[in-house]
Design a protein around this ligand. Structure first.
Ligand code: AP5
Ligand code: ZN
Length: 217
């Protein structure tokens, strides 16, 4: 299965991706996590990405598309993948189509997570992520770790993302509406979009997603 997850910041894409990837036995590929790993390792790519991310803007396609393709080229992604946070504009969606069709492949579905904006704000305000691996995601109220401030998965320290400050969140939402939302229509034209509500408990949303996705080949 090759799936794209789409939804506003804080919709729960990373949270759902962890469960869906496990259920579907495909790797979770998050461009946000790849950028954050580069930032914590201090790579040139990380330094470049950081400028844009801390301003709530998209990292340029010239950097992002190559990074995503390199990840999809890895062996564990040969049988499918769950993309989280990529593509994020029409240019990236076209690049992904070209990449896949060059290999004789296609997407199976685009899962669109719908959440009202006030809920998104609450989710982002309480989010804490793991310093060792930013795909380990918690919430101070809705998804508490067993020990406060400590990652359940690996024992790493939990902290608040730099781009989760209120003014940056506002900018990220704006960028989502102007640049990312148009990809939903782009994929609707290909008959790929499955929209579900991302409200409710994490496990309920996962179940809703599993029921809505096309059955596996
Ligand atoms: P990225 O890391 O992709 O961030 P995002 O899209 O803004 O999404 P978030 O990570 O904020 O939210 P999420 O939907 O994953 O929610 P989560 O599961 O954490 O991108 C960051 C930046 O990187 C971008 O701004 C951009 O600069 C750059 N970037 C990344 N990809 C790019 C690309 N392709 N092109 C260019 N630039 C790119 O959940 C949120 C919180 O809610 C958590 O605390 C969680 O515990 C909680 N929660 C989850 N589900 C529930 C639930 N059902 N009920 C209650 N709480 C819940
Ligand atoms: Zn961790």
């Amino acid at each position: 299965m090759r799936i794209v997850l789409v939804g506003p910041p804080g919709a729960g894409k990373g949270t759902q991706a962890a469960y869906l990837a496990k259920n579907l036995a495909i790797p979770h590929i998050s461009t946000g996590d790849l950028f954050r790993a580069n930032i914590s390792q201090g790579t040139p790519l990380g330094l470049k990405a950081k400028e844009y991310m801390s301003a709530g803007q998209l990292v340029p396609d010239s950097v992002t598309i190559g990074m995503a393709e390199d990840r999809m080229d890895q062996e564990d992604a040969a049988g499918g993948f769950l993309l989280d946070g990529f593509p994020r504009n029409i240019g990236q969606a076209e690049a992904l189509d070209a990449y896949l069709s060059g290999k004789g492949l296609r997407l199976d579905a685009v899962l669109d997570l719908e959440v009202p904006e006030d809920e998104v704000v609450k989710r982002i305000a309480g989010r804490r992520i793991c310093r060792a691996d930013s795909s380990h995601v918690f919430h101070v109220i809705y998804n508490q770790p067993r020990t406060e401030g400590v990652c359940d998965v690996c024992g790493g320290e939990l902290y608040q993302r730099d781009d989760d400050r209120e003014d940056t969140v506002r900018k990220r939402l704006e960028v989502y509406h102007s640049e990312t939302e148009p990809i939903i229509d782009y994929y609707k034209a290909q008959g790929l979009v499955v929209t579900i509500s991302a409200l409710g408990k994490v496990a309920e949303v996962t179940q809703r997603a599993m029921e809505a996705l096309p059955s596996r080949d």
